[in-house]
Design a protein around this ligand. Structure first.
Ligand code: AMP
Ligand code: ZN
Length: 472
């Protein structure tokens, strides 16, 4: 069996993965702040986490995956400054915070479904875990790591000796680099809020009672409280995007270890940014690409997944529509090849001894790439080599694709409909969406999609088990 080696941000080295409990992995991933659509940069991080989770499974682990939904407490500035993101969106869109949260949570779930990202075993909302957060703040306070100032409860980073260990931060640099006067209530400018009662946001929509008065939690405390509730006070893996390292994850570690007095998480994994032409793609800039806009440009969600998997998660990835179009073309070709392989492989049922040996060696090579810090780049390239290798039988190729797709999730074995090669991708996508709408009995949406297909110059005919697309 191959080793599973992962790059741990905490040690800045690749380490062999050793679970706390034999055969099991507890994994926490920071989820979305649901004040807007996820952009494809955010989705790159969730694709990476999905591959990580499926790699654990490939290596025989039983994974418990927990993800939060941030629907309270995340301010526009990481240093407890700015406005509550949820409140701001609600005000701008003239909706309640709950309506905003529900709408964007369901849009997010839809996006991850289309990207073949497995749902977490536990999806927990910050707003439903306020008592757990209050309990944790109380423990931090009892251990002497918190103070109340100007009505708010702050974490005192000077009370712990290893603040900033994840990001390799030096406290001297931090203090001299920070603007003075951001929050005069803080003893150290890098202290962070655990609970707000009195703040700049008098109109905060969601408020709860607490031992420190009516208010709402700081952003970081939710991840500590919910991960401990569902995974225990010491667990295996915590992940997110690299932007979380210097503040959010640094503060999560400080407060969790201050509360329990012991090490919190063993392995920290971080996905690098997706870059737009202007640098890091971000929601706050207002200019970002969503999965829906990619679909409008004729790029399927799985082609985006394929695009992400071709590069390593710890490398920045430059987004370009041209590159994605190229990916869509090669994914279509891969799917067409797979369809022919499946058709031919279904005629032969058993593998010879020689074929079994070849298949096992290929599986081993594939697992070896993923086991080497999730090298999807090499795993995808092996898949392409196998599928186009004329000396391998179609049955070996199909069995290998089955194995590879348990992690890559590129719909290699999905039942696809027959469409002729000259049908444009956007029309194919409309047809796929119509198929899904029909399957979920949303006939109004299905009719609407048929009209759109017609308006694009094609007609769709229902045939047993699927559809056929024809040019008008
Ligand atoms: P948010 O919804 O803003 O809390 O972010 C959700 C996740 O996406 C977090 O793990 C972020 O670290 C990550 N993220 C934010 N921007 C990018 C980006 N441009 N590329 C990749 N991941 C990102
Ligand atoms: Zn978090």
């Amino acid at each position: 069996m191959n080793k599973l080696v992962l790059y741990n941000t905490l040690s800045r080295t690749k380490e062999e993965f050793k679970p706390i409990e034999d055969g099991r992995v507890g994994m926490y991933a920071c989820g979305p702040t649901v004040y807007n659509y996820a952009h494809i940069g955010n989705l790159r991080t969730y694709i990476f986490e999905d591959v990580l989770k499926k790699t654990f499974r490939l290596f025989g682990y039983d994974v418990r995956h927990v993800m939060n939904i941030t629907d309270v407490g995340h301010l526009t500035g990481d240093g407890d400054d700015g406005e509550d993101k949820m409140g701001k969106a609600a005000r701008e869109k003239n909706k309640s915070v709950r309506e905003i949260a529900d709408f964007y949570t369901s849009a997010f779930m839809n996006d991850i479904g289309e990207l073949n990202i497995d749902k977490a075993d536990v999806i927990c909302k910050a707003s439903e875990h306020i008592p757990e957060m209050i309990d944790l703040i109380r423990r931090i306070d009892e251990n002497g790591h918190a103070y109340v100032s100007d009505g708010n409860v702050y974490f005192s980073i000077d009370t712990i000796s290893d603040y900033g260990k994840l990001a390799c931060l030096r406290l001297d640099d931090l203090q001299s680099g920070k603007r003075v006067g951001i929050d005069s209530a803080k003893r150290n400018p890098n202290d962070f809020a655990l609970w707000f009662t009195k703040s700049k946001f008098q109109n905060q929509a969601m408020k709860w009672d607490s031992p420190w008065g009516v208010g709402y939690p700081g952003w970081h405390i939710e991840c500590s409280a919910m991960s401990m509730k569902y995974l225990g006070e010491h667990f295996d893996v915590h992940c997110g995007g690299v932007d979380a390292i210097p503040v959010h994850h640094t503060n999560e570690i400080a407060q969790s270890e201050a509360a329990t007095g012991r090490k919190w998480v063993n392995y920290w994994l971080h996905g690098e940014f997706l870059l737009s032409e202007k640098g890091k793609m971000s929601k706050s800039s207002g200019e970002f690409t969503t999965l829906a806009s990619l679909k409008q440009a004729g790029i399927s969600p799985i082609a985006y997944r394929y695009f992400c998997l071709q590069s390593h998660y710890r490398k920045q990835l430059q987004f370009s529509l041209d590159a994605l179009k190229g990916c869509q073309t090669s994914l279509n070709a891969l799917h067409d090849r797979m369809d022919r392989i499946i058709e031919s492989a279904s005629r032969c049922q058993t593998l010879s001894e020689e074929e079994t040996g070849a298949l096992n060696a290929l599986k081993d090579e594939f697992a070896g790439y993923l086991g080497d810090d999730i090298s999807t780049t090499r795993a995808v390239s092996l898949l392409n080599k196998v599928i186009s290798n004329p000396s391998l039988s179609d049955l070996v190729k199909m069995r290998f694709a089955e194995y590879a797709d348990s992690v890559l999730s590129l719909d290699l074995l999905a039942k696809r409909e027959r469409v002729s090669d000259d049908i444009p991708q956007d029309v194919r996508l409309l047809a796929e969406e119509r198929l899904k709408a029909k399957a979920s009995k949303d006939f109004a949406a299905a009719d609407d999609l048929r009209d759109k297909i017609r308006a694009s110059g094609y007609s769709i005919k229902d045939v047993p088990g699927g559809y056929e697309l024809l040019k008008n």
